[in-house]
Each structure stands twice: as C-alpha cells, then as structure tokens.
Design a protein around this ligand. Structure first.
Ligand code: NZQ
Ligand code: ZN
Length: 393
C-alpha cells in the first residue's frame, strides 16, 4: 500500500448539533448563503432552527432555494451568481446530497472563470478543476451520499442530460454539522435508498480496489454490517433516533475517504447509475439498488474468491465452491434490498431496453479511460455495460 490521505473537514456529530450552526458559521464570516432544496427543511422546522442559531450568533443570510434532486447545472449557476452578487462569506448547505453538491459548486463559482460545466468531466480535452471556493458548512438532512465530508459534487447538465462529478481539494466542506435528528422526517423510501447508497460507496472499493488491503476490507465490512443492522430499523421506524444516528454515521464514514484510503478504487457502479438518474431523474440510491447486484453478478465471474469473501463475512455463507458462495452472497444482498423496499429491477424504476446503448455511451463519455473502457475490476467495454443493464431489466 502506498497512499496519501487528508480530510480537512471539521465534523460535529450528534443529536442537537444544529444548535451550534451559528457558532461555527461565525468563525467563517458574517454573511451566509443558505442553500436549500424543494422545501422539506421549511416544512419540518429545520430551516427556522438554523436561522435562529445563525441570528443568535450575528450571522446574516440570503437564501438560494429550489435546488432539485439530481441538481441541475442552471440551479448551480443561479446560486453561484447569488453568492457572488451578495458577497457572501460562507455557504451553508441545508439538505440532502443534491443540496450539498450544488452548494459546493456555488461556493467555487465566485472564483471560477468561465463556464462551471468545464470543471465536470464530460469528454472534454481540457478539464479545469476549481482551485478556490468559499468555505462551505454542510448540514445534511438525509443520510446517504457522504457529501457532507468529502470533496466531490455531482451535477446534471439538463441541456445534454449528462450527469458528472467534480472532485477538488477546495471543495472539502470547512465544517460538517451532522445532526441525526434532522433525518427523522425522511420518508421510508428515501431512507432505504440512502442505505443502498452508503453500502455501495464501500462495495465499490471492496470489489474494485487493489489487492492487499485487509484493514480497509474490515472497515468496509463494518460499515456494511452496521447498515444491514440499523438500516431496516430506520426504515421501519423513522423516529428511532439510535438507528438514524448509526445509519448517518455509517454514511459519513462510507465516503469521507477513510475506508477507501489506499485502495485506489474507481467507481464503475456509480458511473453507470449516474447515467440512469440523469436520463430518468430517479433517486441515485434506487438506481444503485438495481445496478449494484447486477454488476456484482458480472464481476464475480472474473474474481469469485473476492465475492465469496463478501458472502462469508457479511452473510456467513460457507461453500467450498467460490462461485456458488459468491452467487449465494449476491442473492442475499439483493434480498436485503428488497426487504427494505428498494427496487431490484430496472422495470421497477421505469427503465426499459430502448436506451441501453445510450447509457453505456454516456457512462464512457464521463468516465471512460484511454482504451474506451470503464475502469474497474474487470474494466468494462460498452458491450459489458449493456450486458449488465440488460441483466437487470
Ligand atoms: O428537496 P427537498 O425538499 O429537501 O426534499 C428532498 C428530496 O426530495 C428529500 N429530503 C431530504 N432531506 C429530507 C427530505 N425529506 C424529508 N425530510 C428530510 N429531512 O429527499 C429527496 C432526495 O434528496 P437528495 O438530496 O436528492 O438525495 P440524496 O441525499 O440521496 O442525494 C442524491 C444526489 O447526490 C449525488 C447523487 O448522484 C444525487 O445527485 N451523490 C453525491 C455524492 C458525493 N457528493 O459524494 C456521492 C453519491 O454517490 C452521489 O452520486
Ligand atoms: Zn452514491
């Protein structure tokens, strides 16, 4: 193993931490832009509590509301303009992954020359990552993406229906205020999709990372086992604060870089799913619930021992035939998705076979390597991507 690791985001975790928002925001300036989504934070009182905390600390604010799930480039540009025009010192993201991702790019906008889409990979030769951004404070209201404590953002260009990502050191939030109480109002379906998302964040590295990372394997397995235990409890009873807290901590750890350190892993399942949520505006975690098991069945053929390890350590499956053990483990995993109400077939999320080529082309446009393949273990050709999607119809 040979790697560098740094995560500069300060984390405040626990029920009631929203009350400290004003105190931490004041350390970063006197005027904030609060970024929100479609209104959930207004309906459940989170917005008012955030504002009360800011006001008590002497922080004024402007709002940029209306960020959509699967945030659109136009919304991100709109927010960037507000931050620039209003001379905001700090950007506060109050919402799910979509709001947090949008807020990060809005924070970079005042310092970015040219079209913001140029920082996202979409097949262009010259990709210019942002180098500077306003400090961002993330306040996640949904446990899923891990965006609160990482340097990534995912945005959709609605003109082309391409969804892509940007990652840059300046996009790490300054502070993540992670208060599980804010997630008790998340509906059952979004709770379950979040569980699938956080699990996929660690299965990507588990199955696509380099060999010889036993500590990372155990970290990933710990996250998965925790999600399998507490995820169903959070789905069954949204007000179970203990379950909400464990799921939320799992989602933070799953993609703040710690579990992935040293694995050098690409994210093929994510790259494929992003084309589906770009085209069909489905929730990212719902798309993953379908694509991840389908991809696992494909990848297990070339490395059954790895998948047999997953089957044994996660589901206690013992079978001397690695391929049989692998298949049994994936069956259990898929059954778990179904048990918490997630889809496991594309038809359940309104996707048929008419655009499979398009999804594969878009995936490779965003994330293909010089050989025109999608990095992963194994690397995938266009035909492989189509095959995986077809198997999930
Ligand atoms: O928009 P509002 O009204 O806030 O409603 C949202 C939205 O409809 C609602 N919601 C959020 N918190 C709630 C709530 N409803 C009730 N009570 C609450 N407390 O949930 C719906 C979905 O929200 P969204 O933010 O879209 O979901 P999620 O957190 O799953 O984020 C998904 C986005 O993040 C990207 C995805 O591609 C997708 O665009 N990702 C970002 C990553 C990153 N930055 O590291 C990694 C991920 O793999 C992912 O790709
Ligand atoms: Zn994800």
């Amino acid at each position: 193993m040979n790697f560098e690791y740094q995560n500069p985001t300060q984390l405040l975790f626990g029920a009631g931490t929203l009350a400290r928002l004003g105190e931490v925001a004041r350390e970063h300036g006197a005027k904030a832009m609060i970024v929100t989504g479609g209104g959930s934070v207004r309906g459940n009182g989170t917005f008012d509590r955030a504002v009360a905390s800011l006001t008590a600390a002497g922080v004024s604010f402007v709002e940029c509301g209306g960020v959509e799930p699967n945030p659109r480039l136009s919304s991100v540009k709109r927010g960037g303009e507000i931050a620039r025009r209003e001379k905001c010192d700090v950007v506060i993201a109050l919402g799910g992954g979509s709001v947090m991702d949008a807020a990060k790019v809005m924070a970079a906008a005042p310092f970015y020359e040219g079209d913001l889409w140029e920082m996202f990979a979409h097949g262009q030769a010259d990709r210019r990552r942002p180098e500077r951004a306003l400090p961002v404070i993330t306040v996640p209201t949904l446990a899923a993406t891990g965006s609160e404590m990482n340097s990534g953002a995912v945005v959709t260009d609605e003109a082309t229906a391409i969804k892509s990502f940007v990652g840059a050191p300046c996009l790490y939030p300054a502070v993540a205020v992670v208060d599980p109480e804010l997630t008790v109002s998340v509906p059952k379906d979004q709770t379950a999709y979040g569980v699938c998302d956080l699990i996929t964040h660690v299965t990507e590295a588990y199955f696509n990372g380099v060999d010889g990372t036993p500590v990372q394997d155990r970290f990933a397995e710990g996250v998965i086992l925790t999600a399998l235990e507490y995820g169903p409890k959070a789905v069954a009873n949204g007000t179970d604060l203990e379950a909400r807290a464990q799921v939320q901590w799992a989602s933070v750890v799953a993609l703040n870089g710690w579990v992935q350190a040293g694995t050098l892993s690409p994210y093929p399942v994510h790259m494929i799913e992003h084309t589906l949520s770009a085209q069909h505006d489905i929730t990212h975690g719902a798309g993953l619930a379908v694509v991840n098991p389908a991809w696992m069945r494909f990848a297990a053929k070339s490395r059954p021992e790895r998948f047999a390890q997953f089957a044994k350590r996660i589901f206690g499956i013992k079978n001397d035939d690695p391929m049989k053990a692998a298949t049994e483990g994936i069956d259990h995993f898929e059954a778990f998705h179904r048990s918490i109400g997630c889809p496991t077939r594309l038809s359940e999320i309104g996707i048929d076979d008419t655009q499979l080529d398009r999804y594969a082309d878009d995936t490779l446009l965003v994330a293909g390597n010089a050989e025109g393949q999608l990095p992963g273990r194994p690397a995938m050709t266009k035909a492989d991507i189509v095959e995986v999607l077809r198997s999930a119809l």
